[in-house]
Design a protein around this ligand. Structure first.
Ligand SMILES: Cc1cc2nc3c(=O)[nH]c(=O)nc-3n(C[C@H](O)[C@H](O)[C@H](O)COP(=O)(O)O)c2cc1C
Length: 172
């Protein structure tokens, strides 16, 4: 599967098979994140791989009770370790860096036949407590990952038109 195919095929998967991800497969997914770019190559990030049943159950409670968070065999928790850092533009570096890395993971997971779903609806404080994440860090996103209950065939994606999101030479 090439990158274009992975982009088209990836979709949010909210139903997973009760099957662990082979260690080498998960390793390849994590490696794709490790290779992601980051501002000034600082890599101020940490990714907590959560497989423990009780911890996943707690994460599901901390994520608005979204059931598939505990049903997925693994949840990857992306953490910015220096969230106070900003780029010259005023944009928070850690949020951008961690997001890029996690998207690399999502696309690699698709290539591996795995499904993922971003989770942004979670309690920052609860997730930190559950995983012992220091106060100075910021949890950027959770991502469920596992074998999808249904196949990963490309599906129609509801998206805005190209013309509505692109402008040429100036903003309009
Ligand atoms: C930053 C972010 C946070 C998201 N949070 C959630 C979430 O908490 N729960 C959920 O079910 N889906 C969540 N999603 C998935 C989106 O709903 C989904 O990506 C969007 O509807 C497009 O569908 P697709 O991923 O299948 O292309 C999130 C996606 C992103 C990018």
């Amino acid at each position: 599967m090439n990158v274009s195919e992975a982009i088209i095929t990836r979709r949010s998967v909210r139903s997973y098979k009760n099957k662990d991800i082979p260690a080498e497969m998960l390793q390849r997914v994590m490696e794709s994140g490790r290779m992601a770019p980051s501002a000034r190559n600082k890599q101020n990030w940490k990714f907590v791989i959560v497989k423990d049943k009780e911890k996943k159950d707690e994460l599901h409670k901390a994520s608005n009770g979204q059931k598939f968070v505990k049903e997925a065999p693994t949840v990857i928790v992306g953490v910015a370790t220096k969230p106070e850092n900003e780029m010259k533009s005023g944009v928070p570096t850690g949020i951008v860096d961690v997001t890029i890395a996690m998207d690399h993971m999502a696309l690699k997971a698709t290539e591996e036949g795995l499904g993922t779903c971003w989770i942004g609806a979670f309690s920052q404080e609860d997730v930190k407590d559950i995983l012992n994440i220091p106060d100075g860090c910021r949890v950027v996103a959770l991502m469920t990952i596992g074998f999808p209950e249904e196949g990963l065939e490309p599906v129609y994606k509801e998206r805005k038109n190209r013309e509505d999101i692109t402008c040429i030479d100036t903003y309009y």
